[in-house]
Every structure is written in structure tokens, then in C-alpha cells.
Design a protein around this ligand. Structure first.
Ligand code: SAM
Length: 203
């Protein structure tokens, strides 16, 4: 059973224990979705990253001159990201996000996948509150439609495209710009369905 708070302890424990291996694994380069997201912003825009992992996307955003607030809920992972990007990475769980009208963008790549379903609208409401009017948020979720754990014991909410849209609509007055289904990979090496969403906080 998932932990029905906004964080799942077994998932956080996995990342804490596996931080060196996890941070060294996977694609070295930035996410395929990052470039189109960054094109939405003026130079130097302020971006919050949720669940930055080993820091591959953080590194790219910094290299492109954005003001980045890189965060992760697991101290051991945050330290690995710091080693990579050479800057402090804030330890912050999703449910601890308390910013108000602060960011032009919120980037959550493959991280909100770990929010237990009942807690997701609440976390999305915090993301909405943290954005400035007109700010844009991207997140992607593993698909499938049935929550569960992977072979490593990590909880995934495994949402369909309709369920992703519904969670956003339930959370706040988002202007949903796009919801895209595609095939993508994961830490287990397999390919599977993913859902990406881009949503704006109305002006
Ligand atoms: N964004 C990175 C990427 O795409 O390479 C990492 C994605 S990894 C699948 C998920 C990340 O979310 C991990 O770094 C993990 O520590 C973090 N995470 C999991 N649960 C979290 C929570 N409740 N609050 C904040 N971060 C969390």
C-alpha cells in the first residue's frame, strides 16, 4: 500500500540508499522535453525544479542562464546533484513547497510520479500557488492507469492521460496547454507509456 501522505517513505528510502548508483545511471543528457519548455521563457527567468535527481536537467537550465531553484526531497540525492552542478540544491519534499507567486516556471520531470494519488491535487495546488500569473509548469507521469510499485519498491501513481488532466483540474484553475502520450524509459531499463502535461497559471 502507498503511504497516503504526499510522500511515500519506501520511495524516499530507495533514493536515499541508491543515491550514488541512481545518480550515475540513466541518460547523461537533459530530458527530451526540456528544450521546448525553456523556449517558453525570457532569458534569466526564475525556474523551480522539483525532484531534480542527479541534476541532469538542472545542469542544462543553469548552462542556459536561467535562475534555477533546484530541489529534491532526498538529502543523499540532493548532494549528488550538488556535486554535478556545483551549487546548493535545496532539500525539499513536494508537500513542503511554500512559495507564493515566485516562479516563472516549475519543472517536475519524472518526479510527481511518486506522489500517492490522493495527495496529488494538493501538491499541484502548491505548484500553482508557487507560480507567478502567466507562469508555466511541466510534469510527466508514467502511464498505465493503476497505481503500484516497481521492482525496486518505488511507488508510482501510473496515471492515464485523462487522470492526469482530472488531477490538474481538481487542484486549481490551470489553463492546460497540452497533454501528450508517448513511449519512454525508466530506471528499470524498460519502455512504457508516459504522459506529459504543460499547464499555465492564468494571468
Ligand atoms: N528529475 C530527475 C530526472 O528526470 O532525471 C529525477 C527523477 S527520479 C525518477 C524522481 C526524483 O524525485 C528522485 O530524485 C527522488 O529523490 C525525488 N522524490 C521522490 N519523492 C519525492 C518527494 N516526496 N518530494 C521531493 N522529491 C521526491
Amino acid at each position: 500500500m502507498p503511504d497516503h501522505t504526499a510522500r511515500d517513505q519506501a520511495t524516499l528510502g530507495f533514493y536515499a540508499n541508491e543515491a550514488p548508483v541512481y545518480a550515475a545511471s540513466g541518460p547523461g543528457g537533459a530530458s527530451r522535453h526540456l528544450d521546448s519548455f525553456l523556449q517558453l521563457f525570457a532569458p534569466g527567468a526564475r525556474i523551480l525544479e522539483l525532484g531534480c535527481g542527479g541534476g541532469r536537467d538542472s545542469e542544462e537550465m543553469l548552462a542556459r542562464g536561467f535562475q534555477l531553484d533546484a530541489t529534491d526531497g532526498v538529502p543523499e540525492i540532493a548532494r549528488k546533484a550538488e556535486e554535478r552542478i556545483g551549487r546548493p540544491v535545496r532539500v525539499m519534499r513536494f508537500d513542503e513547497l511554500d512559495g507564493v507567486d515566485e516562479y516563472d516556471g516549475v519543472w517536475a520531470h519524472a518526479s510527481l510520479v511518486h506522489v500517492p494519488r490522493p495527495a496529488l491535487p494538493g501538491v499541484l495546488a502548491l505548484v500553482f500557488r508557487a507560480l507567478r500569473a502567466g507562469g508555466v509548469h511541466f510534469a510527466n507521469f508514467k502511464g498505465g492507469g493503476c497505481e503500484g510499485r516497481d521492482a525496486f519498491g518505488r511507488y508510482f501513481n501510473y496515471l492515464t492521460a485523462d487522470e492526469v488532466s482530472a488531477a490538474y483540474r481538481r487542484s486549481a484553475e490551470w489553463d492546460i496547454q497540452s497533454v501528450t502520450e508517448y513511449l519512454g524509459g525508466g530506471y528499470d531499463g524498460g519502455q512504457g507509456p508516459w504522459v506529459g502535461i504543460t499547464a499555465r497559471k492564468p494571468v
